[in-house]
Design a protein around this ligand. Structure first.
Ligand code: FE2
Length: 392
C-alpha cells in the first residue's frame, strides 16, 4: 500500500478554461459557437494533411450551411515559426474576416492563436514571448483538435519557433483563451499512427510533468493522474487500430485532461529540454518529449518517490510488495515500454541529433525560466547534460 499524499492547497489556483464541448459528434456545435461570438466571416486555419483528409472541409461545410462565410488557409507548417504566422496573417488580412477557426494538431491551433494575436497587436509575435506580455486580446477563435496530445485547445499559450534566434518559446497570456474548444474524437480517426504516438506521448508528458510540478495542487493532480491512466489504457489501441473509437475517445480525453493540467500546474524540465531540439533539429515536439521523458523522470524521481510510485500504478504497473523506491522506478520503465510499443524512435541519435550537439542544448533548456522553476528538482547544467546523454 503506497503512503497517502498530503496535498494541501498551499497557493491559490485559478483554472481559466474556454467553454469545452467533448464527445463524438461535437463538431456539429461549430456553427453555434461561431454564432455565439457573432462571427460572420471565418478563416479556417489548417495544415495540408488535415485539408486533404476532408476534416477541414467538413468544418467549412457546417459553417457555410449555417450562413457563415468561410475562407481557408491550409499551409500551416509542421512546427510553426514566427515567420509562418506572418504568412498566415497575410491570408487573414486579405479576406476581411472577423473570426478564426483552427482545425488540426497543435501547429494549426497555435497558428490560429498567432493570427488572433496579430489582429490586435503588432508583429512579429516573438515580441510577446513570456508570461503576460500580450497587450490586447485579438479576434475570437474556436479550436478543433484533430490529434490527441497538445491540449492547445484549452491552454492560454502558443509555441513558436523564432528561427532567426534559433529559439523556440511560448506566449502565455490570460488574453490568449479560445472562444470555444470543440473536442470530437471522430476528428482524430484519420490521424496517422506515428503522429498519434508522438501526440500521445506529449499528452503523457503534460500530465506527468504537471503531477510532480512545484505548482501541482489537488485540482491538477486529479486531472494529471487520470490523464496518465487514460494514456496507459488507450494509446496502444489508438496507434494499432486508428478506427477504434473507444481508444480514440480515451486518448483525446487524456489530451484534454493533460491540457487542463498545464493550465492548473504547468510543465517542467522535459518541455524545457525539448524546445532546443525542435528549434535546432526540427524534432517534432511529441517525439522530443518522448525521447527525453524517461531520463528526466529518472532525474526528478528522488524529489518525490511517492508521486512517481503513483504514476507507475496509474500506468498499470503492479507495485504491491515493492519498496517505495522500486515502485517509483517502475514508472520510468513503464514509459520506456510504452514508447517502444507505439513505435517511437529509440533515442536522439535515431532522429539525426549528433552527440556533439548535446552540450549546446543545455543553456537553451535552462533559459526556459517558467518551466525550470516549476520542476520538482532544481536542474543543474550537469544534470541536464546527463539527461540529454541518457536520451541519446
Ligand atoms: Fe507539450
Amino acid at each position: 500500500m503506497l503512503p497517502p499524499i498530503d496535498r494541501p492547497f498551499t497557493q491559490s489556483v485559478t483554472l481559466r478554461l474556454p467553454p469545452v464541448t467533448f464527445g463524438a459528434g461535437s463538431v456539429g456545435q461549430v456553427a453555434e459557437e461561431a454564432r455565439r461570438v457573432a462571427a460572420s466571416r471565418v478563416l479556417v486555419v489548417t495544415d495540408p494533411g488535415v485539408a486533404s483528409s476532408g476534416v477541414a472541409g467538413h468544418v467549412r461545410d457546417l459553417l457555410e450551411a449555417a450562413g457563415i462565410a468561410t475562407g481557408v488557409y491550409d499551409r500551416v507548417p509542421a512546427e510553426p515559426s514566427v515567420a509562418s504566422v506572418e504568412v498566415a496573417f497575410e491570408a487573414w488580412r486579405a479576406g476581411n474576416y472577423d473570426a478564426v477557426v483552427g482545425v488540426g494538431g497543435g501547429s494549426s491551433l497555435d497558428t490560429a492563436k498567432g493570427i488572433s494575436i496579430r489582429t490586435a497587436n503588432d508583429g512579429p509575435v516573438s515580441r510577446y514571448f513570456g508570461v503576460e506580455q500580450l497587450p490586447a486580446r485579438g479576434v475570437p477563435y474556436i479550436l478543433l483538435p484533430t490529434t490527441a496530445g497538445t491540449g492547445s485547445e484549452v491552454t492560454p499559450s502558443a509555441i513558436f519557433d523564432d528561427t532567426d534566434r534559433q529559439l523556440k518559446a511560448g506566449i502565455v497570456s490570460s488574453r490568449l483563451m479560445a472562444s470555444a474548444a470543440i473536442i470530437d474524437p471522430d476528428l482524430t480517426v484519420s490521424c496517422p499512427p506515428h503522429v498519434t504516438a508522438a501526440a500521445g506521448l506529449d499528452a503523457l508528458t503534460h500530465a506527468l510533468e504537471a503531477y510532480v510540478a512545484v505548482k501541482a495542487n489537488p485540482m491538477s493532480d486529479l486531472y494529471a493522474l487520470e490523464a496518465v491512466r487514460l494514456v496507459g489504457q488507450h494509446l496502444r489501441g489508438a496507434v494499432a487500430r486508428g478506427t477504434d473509437r473507444v481508444a480514440r475517445s480515451g486518448q483525446l480525453l487524456a489530451s484534454l485532461y493533460g491540457g487542463v493540467t498545464i493550465v492548473a500546474a504547468g510543465t517542467g524540465l522535459c518541455h524545457a529540454m525539448a524546445y532546443p531540439l525542435g528549434s535546432a533539429y526540427h524534432v517534432p515536439h511529441g517525439v522530443a518529449n518522448a525521447l527525453l521523458l524517461p531520463a528526466v523522470m529518472a532525474y526528478n524521481l528522488p524529489a518525490d518517490l511517492t508521486k512517481f510510485a503513483r504514476l507507475a500504478e496509474a500506468l498499470g504497473e503492479s507495485v504491491s510488495g515493492l519498496s517505495l523506491r522500486a515502485a517509483a522506478e517502475r514508472s520510468v520503465e513503464a514509459v520506456r515500454q510504452l514508447s517502444r510499443d507505439v513505435g517511437l524512435p529509440g533515442g536522439l541519435r535515431a532522429v539525426g541529433v549528433p552527440e556533439s550537439a548535446l552540450e549546446g542544448f543545455v543553456p537553451g533548456a535552462l533559459s526556459a525560466a517558467r518551466l525550470i522553476t516549476n520542476n520538482p528538482r532544481v536542474p543543474t547544467a550537469e544534470g541536464v547534460l546527463h539527461a540529454y546523454r541518457e536520451s541519446w
